[in-house]
Write a protein that binds this ligand. Structure first.
Ligand code: RIB
Length: 329
């Protein structure tokens, strides 16, 4: 029987505007296209995990509007179980304004909308799903108290808890007992800096130090996603670097979400942690070559093809190295 993944998080309709370059403050630039694409960090991760073969149930909230219908329809197509997603009668579906420049980089502004209704009382009603799950994956686009509640409840029940701290809060906004409930904390470099109370962390040495701080607070593993560089796993046994597959990026939106969905699916299949990270790197290397959030998530077969190709290269397998390659900030 497949291990079960409970994905709790946001669902947003993304309004994506492509442009040559981002506007500066006070500047107007010409947009090149506008698209409505299903997104939201939680929904993207659920979509990715389900499309890649996971047994996924999603909890979250959308409005009783057309955007909400479209988001549920998209998620349903991935194979995720959506019947327990709440529909708010009086709050509109969450939205994200996404600017994408010609290098494929983005800037995102999220309007929470109905995501704010994914609260503790709703999660308490779904306690059976917590009990049935093996993995509980969270991000931070729903009310923080709900995230803290979900992590606590999942850990109490002995589940594996994965927290993608995006958008990242400052450490003073996090309860002291949260850290020990997290098996995998998965920030990118910017989020890691925020969690450490720093403005930025520059280069491998500072990233390793930042991760060590969080391990000392009780986190099980810190998995830092490094964009086109790859990912870095730091735990009490040491550190391992997993290089990304080099590709030309079309749009990096949801590449991190794809990584998360692929990682949890692979863990749920009983793969070694290192293999799960390598699988996630390969899945997200496909996502960055495509536009949009859920529209960029690859099918399982596409990732398997890369796994077969990569099987004999250092891109795949357990790579334990004493230090990661130097990089510039
Ligand atoms: O991670 C990408 C996602 O962030 C977008 O789909 C957008 O909705 C925001 O939540």
């Amino acid at each position: 029987m497949k291990k079960k993944i409970l994905l709790i998080g946001s669902l947003n309709m993304d309004l994506v505007i492509e442009m040559k370059r981002m506007p500066l403050v006070g500047e107007t630039v010409a947009g090149e296209s506008l698209a409505y694409i299903p997104g939201g960090k939680g929904a993207n991760q659920a979509y990715a995990a389900a499309r890649l073969g996971g047994a996924v149930t999603m909890l979250g909230c959308v409005g009783s509007d057309q955007m909400g219908d479209a988001l549920l329809e998209s998620l349903k197509e991935s194979g995720a179980e959506i019947s327990q997603i709440r529909r708010s009668a009086d709050t509109p579906t969450g939205m994200a304004m996404i600017y994408v420049n010609q290098e494929g980089n983005n800037s995102i502004v999220v309007l929470s909308g109905a995501n704010a209704c994914c609260d503790i009382s709703y999660l308490q009603e779904k306690d059976t799903l917590f009990a049935e799950a093996d993995y509980v994956m969270l991000q931070m686009e729903i009310p923080r108290e709900a995230v803290f509640y979900a992590a606590r409840r999942a850990k109490e029940l002995g589940k594996t808890v994965i927290l993608n701290p995006a958008p990242a809060p400052s450490p003073k906004d996090l309860p002291a007992d949260l850290w020990a409930q997290i098996d995998y904390l998965t920030p990118n470099e910017t989020e890691l800096a925020a969690l450490c109370g720093e403005e930025s962390l520059c280069g491998q040495e500072q990233v390793l130090k930042g991760a060590a701080k969080l391990l000392a607070k009780g986190v099980g593993n810190v998995l830092v996603t490094l964009g086109e560089k790859g990912a870095l796993l730091i735990n009490r046994q040491g550190e391992a670097f997993f290089p990304a597959r080099a590709v030309a990026a079309a749009d990096t939106t949801a590449a991190g979400d794809c990584f998360h969905g692929a990682f949890v699916v692979s863990l749920a299949e009983g793969k070694e942690r290192a293999d799960a990270i390598a699988f996630a790197n390969l899945a997200s290397s496909i996502a960055v070559t495509r536009k949009g959030a859920q529209s960029s998530i690859p099918a399982r077969e596409e990732v398997q093809e890369l796994v077969r190709e990569a099987a004999c290269t250092p891109l795949f397998g357990s790579i334990k190295i004493p230090s990661v390659p130097e990089w510039k900030c």
